[in-house]
Ligand binder design. Sequence first.
Ligand code: GDP
Ligand code: MG
Length: 441
Amino acid sequence: LSDRLSGVFERLTKQGALSADDVKTALREVRVALLEADVSLPVARDFVKRVQDKATGQAVTKSVTPGQQVVKIVHDELVAVLTGDEDPGKLKIDNPPAPILMVGLQGGGKTTSTAKLAKRLKERDGKRVLMASLDVYRPAAMQQLEVLGAQIGVDTLPIVAGQKPVDIAKRAKQQATLGGYDVYMLDTAGRLHIDEVLMSEVEQVSAAVNPRETLLVVDGLTGQVAVEVAQEFDDKIGISGVVLTRMDGDGRGGAALSMRAVTGKPIRFVGVGEKMDALETFEPERIAGRILGMGDIVALVEKAQETLEAEQAERMMRRFQKGQFNMNDLKGQLEQMQKMGGMESVMGMMPGMGKMAKQVQEAGFDDKVITRQIALIQSMTKRERANPQLLQASRKKRIAKGAGQEVSDLNKLLKMQRQMADMMKKMGKMGKGGMLKQAMK
Ligand code: GDP
Ligand code: MG
C-alpha cells in the first residue's frame, strides 16, 4: 500500500491550495486503506465523501505534498469521528448497585472482558463488584467466570443449576443490593450468529434489571460482521458502548469506525490480550493511526506544520520585541482570534489581559466586528499595511470606502494597532519576552 501511496504523492507535488483533483486522487488511496482495515464499504464511502468536501481548497503546508496533506486531514477527521463527546473510560455507575450488561456473539470475549472490567472498576475506582454468568448453555461457562473472579479477587454470584438467565439476573440484583455492592456485572451467553432466541433472552434480562450500561463486546478482527452485530444489538436492546477485543492481534480495527458510524455509540475499551490487565481505555488517536496505517505521513505533516508555526512565532516575537506591530500582524492576530473563538477567549488566556478581555466584552466586540476589521485591513495596499503611519486623510477615505465602512471605524482600528504595538513592546522588555512567549504558547 505505501508503495502505491508514494507513487501518488510523487505525482502530486505542487504546492498551494488543495485542488479537487489532488483531493480525489489521494482519497482513492485512502478509501482502499480504509477497506483494507476492514471498515465497512458504506461507512468508508460516506467518510471519504465527507472529507472530500472538507479538504478541497485547504492550504497545503510548506514542504509537504497535497497527497500528504489530504492524509493528515483524513486522519484528523477520523480522530474527530471516533472521539465524540463522551469520556470512554467513564461508565455510568453511580446509584449503587449499578447493573452492567455485557452482550455479544459467542467467543467475542464477553467473559474475559467482564472480568477485566471488574478488575479495573475494583482497582481504579475502588468499587465493590459482583459478577454473574448468565451463560446456561456452554458447559463450564459459569465456572470460567468463577475462576477468573477468584483470580482477580472479585466476587461471583453462587452458581445454582437449572435457573433461567433472567432469573439469575434477578438473583444477582438481589444479592448486589443485599450485599452492598456498587456494581453488578451480567455476563450473558452468546451464539455464533445473531438469532431470535438470543435476542429475546437478552431483552428479557435487560428489562428485568434495567442496566446502566449495556456494553457490546466485539472481536476487533471481524469487519463487516461487527457492523451487523452492532446494529442488531443496538436496535433490539440498545447498547451504550462497545468493547473491542483482540486488538493485540494484526487487525487494523476498522470495525471501530464502522460501529461508531452506524450506531453512534462510543467505543469504550479495547482488549489487548488474554491477561486480566489487558484492557485499555479507548484512544481515538491510536486507533485512527492504526486504521489508516499511514502514521509516518501524519507525523511528517504534523512536524512540518509545527516547524512552520514555530518559525512564524519566532519571527513574530522578534519583531514584537522591537515594537514592530503593523497591520499584517494585527490581521494575523485577528484571524487567530476568529479561529480560537473570539477575542475574549484569547485575551482571557493571555496573562494580565483578563481585564482587557472584560472591556472588550463590554464594548460588544464580537466575531462580526473582527470580520469588519479584517475587511478594513484587506482594503489597504501592501505598503500601507506594513507602514500604518502612512495613512493620512485621503488614504483613510479610500480604505474605509473600499471596505464599505466609515473613517471613524478605521480610526478605531488604527488606535488598536498602536495600542497593541505599545503593549508588545512593553511585554518584550519584560524579561526577554518571557511573558510574550508564555502568551503565545
Ligand atoms: P465469550 O464467549 O464472548 O465469553 O468469549 P471469552 O471471554 O470466553 O473469550 C474467548 C477467547 O478469546 C478466550 O480464549 C479469551 O482468552 C480470548 N480473548 C478475549 N479477549 C481477548 C483479547 O483482547 N485478546 C486476545 N488475544 N484474546 C482475547
Ligand atoms: Mg462467555
